[in-house]
Design a protein around this ligand. Structure first.
Ligand code: SF4
Ligand code: SF4
Length: 466
């Protein structure tokens, strides 16, 4: 089975309950954004740009937990920003698990090992020495960190423990070179791989979460699945790139790129996802087979954005994760007040021009599960996909050359460094900051650190600083 039985049963019960009651609209997954602060500044991330004026704000823990109860979604995806920066993330994860919901912690992976070391310290007894030995042998913890773990945890705060109801959902947009380029920092891919390795050794469930952009090489995505499948990752979500307004503006201003050079049109999405069904057979791709057919261009679906509502510091964001036409104080209020007929694409015609190129999972994946645009055989397809044995790990994936960037001496800063040494050659990285544009704190959001590249690019602009 793609999910543990208890999880599949919970989701199925939720859908059946609302179908029997004929509830017109209900939540399947809550996208909970307790904060928008992030330690990275990924190219194409709309969140840290749209909410750049409220990056220091956070939702109180009680509001986070109440939001899950209010919309009653069986799954809660804790995202952001970087959720592991949220000071009460442990209480939040445990609180939602206590409510009997499935939790995804959508993380960029940079603080995962720290959280797992805290877990190890909390459960430390001499019986854990074998595990510590393995982690030390794999260089996933240092000797100093092992010593700290052995001292145990000095406070009574909860920790994030492995659970079949919880997944680390790690943001991975390609192999090393591509991923580090998109997240605008070298070393992130390597840290994610080490965090995933450690998580699997400790018994956590791990999924990867990938966004496909125009420049994404499909072959590389396949290799990425092969590589992470060989690490026995429990599942993968994949979606076409978010065509956010805020991300588009940032792209023009900060990177000197046109959005159409980066984001996918519908036709391009269908080309990129032509093999999604084949991937679904080979790898544990999360998402319904109906949604996969939609991505591959084999059918149309109508958007059900209300099924994956987003709750953040400003309220319930409408109409969807991507677009913001307003924030509401309650989920039901949002359901009642938004004119849902204004949004989505019906039979290829966009009701709102901003929806035109959208095929994202948070708008259309639930449509596949809820039977919108139902075709004969869909229920069987969904049942088979979920209940048949899941694909076996692809052991050959160990041979994939995943470390194509800084680990192989080919980091994305190499061009900038070369430009410093040979200024006439110029730095022409695909995601290069617009050299004519002054570095501004407005677009480079959050506490994000793109300092490595910023410093180099500043030097390129100002030879006197070299
Ligand atoms: S990790 Fe990247 S995509 Fe996620 S919130 Fe931070 S900047 Fe945005
Ligand atoms: S199609 Fe749906 S999910 Fe996509 S932008 Fe429009 S409202 Fe949002």
């Amino acid at each position: 089975m793609r999910f543990p039985l208890a999880l599949t049963a919970k989701i199925a019960r939720h859908i059946i309950k609302h179908k029997v009651r004929k509830t017109p609209r209900f939540a399947m997954v809550l996208q909970l954004e307790p904060l928008h602060t992030c330690n990275l500044t990924c190219t194409g991330c709309g969140r840290i740009r749209e909410y750049s004026t409220s990056l220091k704000d956070m939702m109180p823990l009680e509001d986070c937990l109440a939001s899950a109860t209010e919309c009653d979604a069986p799954m809660v995806s804790i995202c952001g920003g970087e959720p592991l920066i949220y000071p009460k993330i442990e209480e939040l994860v445990n609180g939602i698990l206590d409510q009997g919901r499935i939790v995804y912690v959508c993380t960029n992976g940079m603080f995962m090992r720290k959280k797992m070391r805290e877990y190890l310290a909390a459960i430390y007894t001499p019986e854990q020495e074998q595990t510590l030995g393995t982690l030390l042998g794999e260089k996933l913890i240092s000797d100093k960190e092992a010593e700290t773990i052995r001292k145990g945890k000095s406070d009574q705060r909860p920790v994030i423990r492995p659970s079949k109801w919880m997944y680390w959902n790690v943001h991975i947009d390609g192999l090393e070179y591509t991923h580090d380029l998109i997240v605008e920092r070298e070393g992130v891919f390597k840290e994610c791989v080490e965090a995933i390795k450690m998580a699997k050794l400790l018994g956590y469930q791990v999924a990867t979460n990938t966004t496909v952009y125009k420049e994404t090489d499909v072959k590389e995505i396949e290799q990425m699945f092969e590589f992470f499948s060989s690490m026995e990752v429990d599942g993968h979500t994949i979606s076409p790139g978010y065509d956010y307004d805020a991300a588009k503006k940032d792209m023009v201003k900060r990177l000197g790129k046109q959005p159409e050079d980066f984001f996918l049109t519908r036709a391009m999405t269908r080309e990129k996802f032509a093999k999604i069904q084949e991937w679904g057979e080979r790898f544990t791709i999360f998402g319904t087979p109906v949604y996969q057919e939609f991505l591959a261009g084999k059918r149309e679906l109508t958007c059900t954005a209300w099924a994956i509502p987003t709750r953040n510091v400003r309220g319930w964001k409408a109409p969807c994760y991507l677009m913001t036409d307003g924030h509401y104080q309650g989920y039901q209020e949002m359901l009642d007040k938004v004119n849902w007929e204004k949004y989505g694409v019906v039979n290829g015609v966009a009701r709102d021009p901003r929806c035109e190129n959208c095929m994202v999972h948070c708008g259309y994946d639930p449509s596949g599960a809820l039977g919108t645009n139902y075709q004969r055989g869909d229920n069987w397809k969904n049942f088979r996909y979920n209940f048949w044995p899941k694909p076996v790990p692809y052991t050959e994936g160990r041979k994939v050359n995943a470390f194509t960037g800084v680990s192989a001496g080919k980091g994305h800063l190499a061009e900038a460094k070369a430009a410093i040494n040979h200024p006439l050659a110029g730095a022409k990285s695909a995601f290069q900051r617009n050299a004519a544009e002054p570095a501004s704190s407005e677009g480079s959001c959050g506490t994000g650190d793109s300092s490595q590249r910023d410093e180099l690019l500043a030097k390129i602009k100002d030879p006197g600083k070299r």
